[in-house]
Design a protein around this ligand. Sequence first.
Ligand code: SF4
Length: 282
Amino acid sequence: MNTTFIAMAVAMLLGIGLLVGIGALSLLSGALNFLFVKPKIEILKSQFGETGFAFSFFWDQNAEPVRFDRLKIHLFNPFGTPAQLEITREFDGSENDFARDLDLGNFMKDIKNAKGLENATIEIEVASSKDSVTHLMTMKGSAFKEKLAKASVSALEVSEKLITPKEKPRFEIPERSFISPPLPRSAKALKLATNPEFAGQFAGAGAGAEAVAAVANFAVSKVWIEPGCIVCDACEGIFPEVFEVTDSTCLIRANAPLNDGLKILEAAEACPVEVIKFTKAS
Ligand code: SF4
């Protein structure tokens, strides 16, 4: 009694421990994801020159399945001129990593030529207007200037890379068919009455006395089907009074006539898997 109780208590404790462990791991993974898998805004080379601003944006679409379609740039320049500038621009959004090149007109010119830009602060915000999700990158004006100067890749080039088809999966899908493979070839000639090779053995009429003797009919005491029937219908086609082919096998009909041994022999010879067996009546 005590042993059962202790075993149950241990099992319960282990179960609770397992649940707590899984929960903790899940929280840890979420926290790591939050801390280290951060969205990334890269400054690119704009085709619009002085008035353009090109950028790419990469983020975890599984964690944030939203459409980003708004850009905001804010210059905070308390020791220079102008002291503050801000622009918000909507663009054709995307639900996947993307790159855009926007003509922001004189605003961009004013930022690039702002006095005291090196000591200013620049905020670049990419947002989803529909889902109220925002990502902000803040940097010193000097870093912004340096990134603009060093940008050598265009938004077009990044976009082309993003739409390049991904490598095909390396596993191979086997071809499947519902048509069964053909039966193995056999050198065996079917001993049928219709086969000219054996015509003499089946046709009593027209054959010589010797042939007639060779094909004298006989009675059968027992006929049966051994396992392995492939339900090809050959036997039933030859002697339907004796053989009945079902969906899965072949049966011997009740009260099947067993006096035509030659026909049963013909069916047995025609069976491609040789599962028709019989014994001659003595
Ligand atoms: S001939 Fe043979 S394999 Fe074909 S249905 Fe008859 S018993 Fe089965």
